[in-house]
Design a protein around this ligand. Structure first.
Ligand code: ATP
Ligand code: MG
Length: 139
Protein backbone atom coordinates (compact mmCIF):
# COMPACT_ATOMS: atom_id res chain seq x y z
CA UNK A 1 0.00 0.00 0.00
CA UNK A 2 1.35 3.44 -0.95
CA UNK A 3 1.82 5.55 2.17
CA UNK A 4 3.23 8.86 3.33
CA UNK A 5 5.31 9.37 6.43
CA UNK A 6 6.86 12.35 8.19
CA UNK A 7 10.63 12.33 8.58
CA UNK A 8 12.80 14.81 10.46
CA UNK A 9 16.54 15.32 10.46
CA UNK A 10 16.80 16.44 14.08
CA UNK A 11 18.96 19.37 15.31
CA UNK A 12 21.92 17.06 16.01
CA UNK A 13 21.78 15.74 12.43
CA UNK A 14 21.64 19.25 10.95
CA UNK A 15 24.44 20.63 13.15
CA UNK A 16 26.66 17.63 12.35
CA UNK A 17 26.19 18.08 8.56
CA UNK A 18 24.31 14.79 8.19
CA UNK A 19 21.40 16.13 6.12
CA UNK A 20 22.80 14.97 2.78
CA UNK A 21 23.79 11.58 4.18
CA UNK A 22 20.30 10.96 5.58
CA UNK A 23 18.60 12.12 2.36
CA UNK A 24 20.80 9.92 0.19
CA UNK A 25 20.09 6.89 2.37
CA UNK A 26 16.36 7.31 2.17
CA UNK A 27 16.42 7.99 -1.56
CA UNK A 28 18.62 4.92 -2.07
CA UNK A 29 15.99 2.92 -0.17
CA UNK A 30 13.48 4.01 -2.83
CA UNK A 31 11.52 6.43 -0.68
CA UNK A 32 10.42 9.51 -2.61
CA UNK A 33 10.67 13.01 -1.10
CA UNK A 34 7.34 14.77 -1.77
CA UNK A 35 7.84 17.75 0.60
CA UNK A 36 10.82 19.27 2.41
CA UNK A 37 11.80 22.36 4.37
CA UNK A 38 14.09 23.62 7.11
CA UNK A 39 12.41 25.00 10.22
CA UNK A 40 13.30 25.88 13.78
CA UNK A 41 10.59 24.94 16.26
CA UNK A 42 9.82 27.01 19.32
CA UNK A 43 9.61 25.11 22.61
CA UNK A 44 5.79 25.24 22.40
CA UNK A 45 5.81 23.93 18.82
CA UNK A 46 8.07 21.06 19.90
CA UNK A 47 5.68 20.30 22.78
CA UNK A 48 2.77 20.23 20.35
CA UNK A 49 4.65 17.89 18.03
CA UNK A 50 5.54 15.46 20.85
CA UNK A 51 2.27 15.86 22.79
CA UNK A 52 1.78 12.05 22.88
CA UNK A 53 4.86 11.98 25.15
CA UNK A 54 3.57 14.63 27.57
CA UNK A 55 4.12 13.48 31.17
CA UNK A 56 6.96 11.10 30.29
CA UNK A 57 10.30 11.67 32.07
CA UNK A 58 12.07 12.65 28.84
CA UNK A 59 9.39 15.13 27.63
CA UNK A 60 11.05 18.37 28.85
CA UNK A 61 14.44 17.32 27.62
CA UNK A 62 13.37 16.11 24.17
CA UNK A 63 11.29 19.26 23.54
CA UNK A 64 14.28 21.42 24.59
CA UNK A 65 16.44 19.42 22.19
CA UNK A 66 13.99 19.61 19.28
CA UNK A 67 13.74 23.41 19.68
CA UNK A 68 17.49 23.89 20.13
CA UNK A 69 18.26 24.44 16.44
CA UNK A 70 16.99 23.93 12.92
CA UNK A 71 15.51 20.65 11.70
CA UNK A 72 14.82 19.45 8.16
CA UNK A 73 11.26 18.12 7.91
CA UNK A 74 10.21 15.91 5.01
CA UNK A 75 7.28 13.95 3.72
CA UNK A 76 8.30 10.59 2.24
CA UNK A 77 6.13 8.52 -0.04
CA UNK A 78 6.31 4.90 -1.13
CA UNK A 79 4.98 1.38 -0.69
CA UNK A 80 4.80 0.67 3.05
CA UNK A 81 6.76 3.92 3.65
CA UNK A 82 6.04 4.14 7.39
CA UNK A 83 7.56 0.78 8.30
CA UNK A 84 10.31 0.93 5.68
CA UNK A 85 11.53 4.26 7.00
CA UNK A 86 11.30 3.04 10.64
CA UNK A 87 13.47 0.07 9.66
CA UNK A 88 15.98 2.36 7.95
CA UNK A 89 16.18 4.57 11.08
CA UNK A 90 16.73 1.72 13.55
CA UNK A 91 15.72 1.50 17.21
CA UNK A 92 15.23 4.64 19.33
CA UNK A 93 18.15 3.48 21.50
CA UNK A 94 21.00 3.40 18.97
CA UNK A 95 22.89 0.80 21.00
CA UNK A 96 20.03 -1.60 20.18
CA UNK A 97 19.69 -0.49 16.55
CA UNK A 98 20.53 -2.95 13.77
CA UNK A 99 23.80 -2.68 11.87
CA UNK A 100 23.30 -0.59 8.72
CA UNK A 101 20.62 1.70 10.20
CA UNK A 102 20.91 5.49 10.37
CA UNK A 103 20.77 5.59 14.15
CA UNK A 104 23.32 2.79 14.58
CA UNK A 105 25.68 4.66 12.28
CA UNK A 106 25.23 8.21 13.57
CA UNK A 107 23.27 8.54 16.85
CA UNK A 108 25.23 9.53 19.93
CA UNK A 109 22.55 9.29 22.60
CA UNK A 110 19.04 7.85 23.14
CA UNK A 111 17.71 11.40 22.74
CA UNK A 112 20.11 12.75 20.12
CA UNK A 113 19.30 10.08 17.59
CA UNK A 114 19.54 12.13 14.35
CA UNK A 115 16.17 11.28 12.82
CA UNK A 116 12.46 11.01 13.50
CA UNK A 117 9.85 8.95 11.65
CA UNK A 118 6.11 8.56 12.15
CA UNK A 119 5.14 5.28 13.83
CA UNK A 120 1.62 4.70 12.42
CA UNK A 121 -0.83 5.91 9.78
CA UNK A 122 -2.61 8.04 12.39
CA UNK A 123 0.55 9.73 13.66
CA UNK A 124 1.78 10.22 10.07
CA UNK A 125 -1.42 12.10 9.22
CA UNK A 126 -1.11 14.29 12.34
CA UNK A 127 2.61 14.92 11.90
CA UNK A 128 2.46 15.75 8.17
CA UNK A 129 -0.37 18.20 8.85
CA UNK A 130 1.62 19.72 11.72
CA UNK A 131 4.30 20.98 9.32
CA UNK A 132 2.85 21.05 5.80
CA UNK A 133 -0.32 22.27 4.13
CA UNK A 134 -1.84 20.54 1.10
CA UNK A 135 -0.12 22.88 -1.39
CA UNK A 136 3.32 22.02 0.01
CA UNK A 137 3.04 18.26 -0.51
CA UNK A 138 3.52 17.14 -4.11
CA UNK A 139 0.52 15.16 -5.34
P1 ATP B 1 10.87 9.53 17.06
O1 ATP B 1 9.46 9.67 17.59
O2 ATP B 1 11.76 10.71 17.35
O3 ATP B 1 10.92 9.08 15.64
P2 ATP B 1 10.96 6.98 18.26
O4 ATP B 1 9.57 6.81 17.76
O5 ATP B 1 11.98 5.94 17.98
O6 ATP B 1 11.57 8.34 17.81
P3 ATP B 1 9.76 7.74 20.77
O7 ATP B 1 9.53 6.70 21.80
O8 ATP B 1 8.61 8.25 19.96
O9 ATP B 1 10.93 7.23 19.82
O10 ATP B 1 10.47 8.96 21.49
C1 ATP B 1 10.57 10.22 20.84
C2 ATP B 1 11.96 10.77 21.03
O11 ATP B 1 12.15 11.08 22.41
C3 ATP B 1 13.10 9.79 20.71
O12 ATP B 1 13.45 9.74 19.36
C4 ATP B 1 14.23 10.37 21.53
O13 ATP B 1 14.77 11.53 20.89
C5 ATP B 1 13.49 10.79 22.78
N1 ATP B 1 13.45 9.70 23.77
C6 ATP B 1 12.70 8.57 23.74
N2 ATP B 1 12.90 7.80 24.79
C7 ATP B 1 13.84 8.44 25.54
C8 ATP B 1 14.50 8.18 26.77
N3 ATP B 1 14.23 7.07 27.48
N4 ATP B 1 15.39 9.07 27.22
C9 ATP B 1 15.66 10.22 26.54
N5 ATP B 1 15.06 10.54 25.36
C10 ATP B 1 14.18 9.67 24.87
MG1 MG C 1 8.04 8.21 18.02
Amino acid sequence: MKQRTLAIVKPDGVSRNLVGTVLSRLEAEGLRIVAMKMIRMTKDQAKGFYKIHEGKPFFESVTDFMSSGPCVVLVLEGEDAIQRYRTLMGATDYTKAEEGTIRRAFATDIEKNVVHGSDSKETARFEIGYFFNALEVMG
